[in-house]
Design a protein around this ligand. Structure first.
Ligand code: PMP
Length: 349
């Protein structure tokens, strides 16, 4: 029997590299920008209370949406929950992207924008961050002349840590008359700069948030799109009726209600980020300013040997060979995790 599998050309042409994500348990996980302190105890208590009836019932979203919307300072109609930030981004793509129509991204960045653009068969216009990892504002503004369907700004950006000033975002939004502007604020808690309130001013602004980072729920998959209610209604049409499971919802509500734990983790991470950057700098490593829960660093010639040593000791980091052989992004983990890494750095000749 000969079968012709009718795979879409865009899928056949896809080539984005997918990072290995298996076998990480028991290691020091400084490679995925997770909250390595773990989620709040309140989350585990809430999950333990999940009843058999609740688990066997399709999820309802209204109550949870109220709590989550309150956390972001928006109305429930301005929030759409999704199965992680990844799924939130997919929904935006499904709403606006079309084959051969342009999507603007800024690289190096989170690979999912390229990934979804490739799946759609959209035309990718990739602009690059500058040599000091600065946002290419002039090129970004110029790219809008071609009326791309979508423009993605990651703020702060992963892996560079770059924070785009609000005045640049405002200029982009004013110029983007035919473009949906997506601002991915996955790490906004660590930058303390969010433009969520602007969704009332700009109907073409879509903000993507996640509970995987500050809230520490990466394993449960919970994310959101925030936008003006009329604009968000279009994105809702690209969503299945039950995009998020009841455990993720309950965990999300418990995490945002335990504001103290969330704030403590964010405060601690920001403090350790400054300390860790200073330690790397003192060790002769080039560190880029970061507004996220991670640092991009260039270890130069020492890089490959040091990275091998880290791997041998079960410390995972993310190498960025495309930026140079010594480049890596390191999550700001706990104090003891970072000290272990620094100990090995000092022992690398
Ligand atoms: N956006 C950015 C910039 C990210 O770095 C990530 C995760 N690494 C996400 C979105 C998606 O996170 P998640 O799917 O876990 O919510």
């Amino acid at each position: 029997m000969r079968i012709h599998l009718p795979v879409r050309p865009a899928i056949l042409a896809r080539h984005t590299y997918e990072t290995p994500a298996e076998g990480r348990q028991g290691k020091i996980r400084l490679d995925f920008n997770e909250n390595t302190s773990g989620c709040s105890a309140a989350v585990r208590i809430a999950l333990a209370r999940l009843s058999a009836v609740k688990i066997s019932t399709y999820p309802e979203y209204e109550m949870a949406s109220h709590s989550l919307a309150r956390y972001f300072g928006v109305c429930p109609e301005e929030l759409l929950v999704a199965n992680g930030g990844d799924d939130a981004l997919r929904a935006v793509f499904d709403t606006f992207a079309d084959p051969r129509r342009e999507v603007v991204i800024f690289e190096p960045t989170f690979p999912m924008y390229r990934y979804y653009a490739e799946i759609t068969g959209a035309r990718i216009r990739a602009l690059r961050y500058g040599p000091n990892m600065e946002f290419p504002a002039a090129e970004a503004l110029a790219s809008l002349r071609r009326k791309p369907r979508l423009l993605f700004v990651t703020n702060p950006n992963n892996p560079t840590g770059t924070l785009v000033p609000k005045r640049i975002l405002a200029r982009l939004l004013r110029k983007a008359t035919h473009t949906a502007v997506v601002v991915d604020e996955a790490y906004a808690e660590f930058s303390t700069e969010s433009i969520v309130p602007w969704i009332r001013r700009y109907p073409h602004l879509f903000i993507v948030r996640t509970f995987s980072k500050a809230a520490g729920l990466a394993g449960l998959r919970l994310g959101a799109v925030l936008a003006n209610r009329e604009s968000l209604a279009f994105v809702r049409r690209a969503m299945p009726p039950f995009p998020v499971n009841c455990a993720a919802l309950i965990a999300g509500v418990a995490a945002v209600n335990d504001r103290k734990t969330l704030a403590r983790y964010v405060r601690g991470t920001v403090r350790r980020r400054t300390w860790f950057a200073r330690q790397l700098h003192l060790a002769g490593v080039r560190v880029f300013p970061s507004a996220g829960n991670f640092l991009l660093a260039d270890f130069g010639n020492l890089g490959p040997l040091f990275f091998r040593k880290l791997a041998e000791h079960g410390i995972l980091i993310r190498e960025y060979k495309i930026l140079g052989p010594g480049f890596a992004r390191i999550t700001v983990g706990t104090q003891s995790e970072l000290e272990k890494l620094l100990y090995l750095l000092r022992r690398t000749p």
